[in-house]
Ligand binder design. Structure first.
Ligand code: FAD
Length: 445
């Protein structure tokens, strides 16, 4: 596709995470040729973990032309089992064959690095239109003057200013661009502590060979969620069934004492085993197999909804503006959808005078959807982690009633939520509403 300002618009992206990579690639595929991605880290360096590739994400990956890079890694889920943590009782088993029929793509799971590498390969194939600047942080933004200040890791001094037309802040949950944007309005930036943390662990299939029950799980096309008071664990096979990916959520104890410390850390296996001491034997066998040095813990933080994601010619995307708890498996997907929509709206531009309004159209296309999902993910976590026995009994009965058409307390598996999340094509939607929203915004000015 050829954007009218494709060869002239200078676009700077802060961050080469899932959102930044997808945005760069979507822009290049829409005809932009001056895309610069600045990344503090020296390389992509993604933490080893699984990621859910729901239909709304695979649709975008196919559109971006990168699906083939990761197809071999992905596992298509056929069913999802939700179980009581104490005794392994299956509370509900949801067949997922309807997903491909209803949304055109199965529900897949994959290695996080397979997704990141697919996006990166796509970006490299778009050379010379995308330039990566690793070990280079954006250290300042001139919101009125359309400039960014960048500093390479070993560079002395304050860095240098670079003129750009559009600045996209894909700098994650700890976004400094969000902080500076809020400061323009005299507001302070407060990331919210959710009081939750997550262990991310991966077992290789060879580690499970001696345990027929665990081996059957990694060889299956199923996900398994064990729920208990204040905690849950989800596990599924990735990397063509060679890895069993395990992700937990529990009260944050380790990070709570050091609120400003790093949000990802190597964790202690014995502490993890103590946290899950009352989970059923199969879970404890699974956790017991984890190699000591391979336990990684993430602090889970969110941010209260922002009044706006846009200031001047600067817009936020991904975790910078809608960090989402992992219980819906949609954080990266929504960051990637943001990138796809940004590419659509910017490709409509015929004058740099309209950049700000165009970014406001992007915000209008994306904000309500992502904020709804932030709330759904938080609500799902609350339902999964109930502590009151009476409330737990009601929830578990609701799980049993799912097969009779009841709502699923695990919103990830609920049909109404799936319709909203998976049945939506963000690019078609942006194409449909761009002109209307652009005109409405112009009339209000
Ligand atoms: C435990 C856990 C499990 C999850 N599971 C899933 C899942 O199954 N499915 C799913 O879709 N999502 C999942 N997510 C969410 C997902 O990981 C995030 O939503 C997603 O990675 C956000 O992408 P992003 O590009 O917005 O931010 P990030 O991936 O955080 O990338 C931000 C990048 O910006 C860089 N950066 C920061 N500041 C600067 C600067 N000043 N200058 C230059 N670069 C900068 C950083 O180094 C980083 O590389 C999970 C999250 C957690 C914590």
């Amino acid at each position: 596709m050829s954007a009218p300002l494709g060869t002239t618009l200078r676009i700077a992206i802060a961050g080469a995470g899932m959102g930044g990579l997808a945005t760069a690639l979507a822009l290049a595929r829409n005809g932009f040729t001056q895309i610069h991605v600045y990344e503090t880290a020296s390389n992509l360096g993604f933490v080893g973990a699984g990621i859910q590739v729901a239909p709304n994400l695979s649709r975008q990956l196919q559109r971006l032309g990168v699906w083939d890079y990761m197809a071999a890694d992905a596992v298509a889920l056929e069913e999802a089992s939700v179980r009581a943590s104490a005794n392994d009782e299956e509370l509900t088993n949801v067949k997922l064959d309807h997903v491909a029929e209803r949304y055109g793509q199965p529900h897949r799971v994959a290695h996080r690095s397979a997704l990141a590498n697919a996006l990166y390969e796509g970006c490299k194939a778009a050379a010379p239109h995308i330039t990566f600047h690793f070990s280079t942080a954006i250290v300042g933004v001139d919101f009125g003057g359309h400039r960014i200040q960048i500093r390479e890791r070993h560079e002395a001094g304050e860095g240098r200013w670079v003129e750009v037309d559009v600045i996209l802040g894909a700098d994650g949950v700890k976004s400094v661009i969000r902080k500076w944007m809020l400061a323009v309005h005299g507001e302070e930036d407060h990331a919210e502590d959710t009081g939750q943390a997550a262990y991310r662990i991966m077992l290789r299939r060879e580690q499970l060979l001696h345990d027929p029950a665990l081996l059957a799980m990694v060889d299956s096309n199923s996900s398994f969620r064990w729920i208990g008071a204040r905690r849950h664990i989800i596990a599924y096979p990735i990397s063509n069934h060679t890895i069993f990916n395990i992700s937990t959520t529990q009260p944050d104890v380790n990070f709570a004492a050091e609120p400003t410390a790093t949000w990802t850390t190597r964790a202690d296996k014995s502490t993890m085993l103590k946290v899950y001491f009352d989970f059923c034997p199969s879970v404890m066998r699974m956790l017991g197999l984890v190699t000591e040095s391979e336990v990684c813990e993430w602090k889970l933080r969110v941010h209260h909804p922002l009044k706006t994601w846009v200031e001047g010619n600067v817009a936020l995307l991904g975790d910078a503006c809608h960090p989402t708890l992992p219980h819906l498996g949609q954080g990266a997907s929504q960051a990637i959808e943001d990138g796809a929509v940004l590419a659509v709206v910017l490709s409509k531009l015929t004058s740099t005078e309209d950049i700000h309004r165009c970014l406001l159209v992007y915000e209008r296309l994306r904000k309500a959807r992502t904020e709804f999902l932030v709330k759904q993910a938080a609500a799902s976590g609350q339902d999964l982690h109930l502590t009151d026995p009476a409330a737990q009994a009601l929830r578990d009965e609701a799980f049993r009633q799912v097969k009779h058409g009841g709502a699923n307390p695990d919103k990830w598996l609920d049909r109404t939520v799936q319709d909203f999340v998976y049945g939506f094509d963000c690019v078609d939607n942006a194409e449909k509403y761009y002109e209307q929203y652009f005109t409405e915004l112009a009339e209000r000015e």
